[in-house]
Design a protein around this ligand. Structure first.
Ligand SMILES: [Zn+2]
Length: 190
């Protein structure tokens, strides 16, 4: 069986444990063409491929779905893991700005507290208009930002506790319209 992968070495198993992953994140791509293995892994939602051609540096045979050596590129693995882990994609609304903010989180309550506490975009009247729990929260959030690109709004710098930041996730769109965009994306990915 190619998924979940059964052909893992002890070192690879330990690597997975260290990364907080299980073999359910790994597709067995041994003997397959790289592009075929990548497509098959994507289909089942695996972020790693085992039995790949050895990496040049250390001879590792675990690759990310994007083709990086997993064991040499912990950051890439972490990024994929975050991208494809479940969470909420939310639409927040400020009446004062008449704008939406979209984002993803695993903790809506905490996120709302932070939006208000940091005065995201220069205002503190944020409410969560709606949110949906999805398998790949950061991925869907990224797709939503692309969809909403034409609605981008400007806002004031805010302090996130460490730095002053520009609010890059503000949109001049009604929350109900933004929500329809989000539902479409969530449906496509289901
Ligand atoms: Zn390597």
């Amino acid at each position: 069986m190619r998924f979940p992968a059964e052909n893992l070495s002890d070192i690879e198993r330990i690597f997975l444990i260290r990364m907080g992953l299980t073999k359910a994140s790994v597709y067995d791509g041994s003997g397959m063409r790289r592009s075929d293995a990548q497509a098959a892994a994507k289909k089942v939602g695996a972020i790693l491929i085992s039995g790949a051609s050895p990496c040049k540096a250390e001879g590792h045979r675990l690759r990310t779905r994007k083709g990086h050596c997993a064991q040499c590129n912990i950051i890439a693995v972490d990024k994929l893991k975050r991208y494809y882990s479940s969470g909420y994609v939310y639409i927040a609304f400020s009446g004062e700005l008449n704008s939406c903010k979209v984002g993803s989180t695993t903790d809506l309550k905490e996120r709302l507290k932070r939006l208000r506490g940091s005065s995201y975009g220069g205002v503190a009247d944020w409410v969560i208009y709606n949110a949906i729990n999805v398998d790949s929260a950061a991925l869907i959030e990224g797709q939503l930002h692309l969809k909403l690109d034409g609605f981008k709004a400007s806002g004031e710098y805010y302090f996130d506790g460490q730095d002053f930041r520009y609010p890059r996730e503000l949109y001049n769109i009604s929350p109900s319209e933004a929500w329809i965009f989000l539902l479409d994306l969530a449906q496509d990915s289901a």
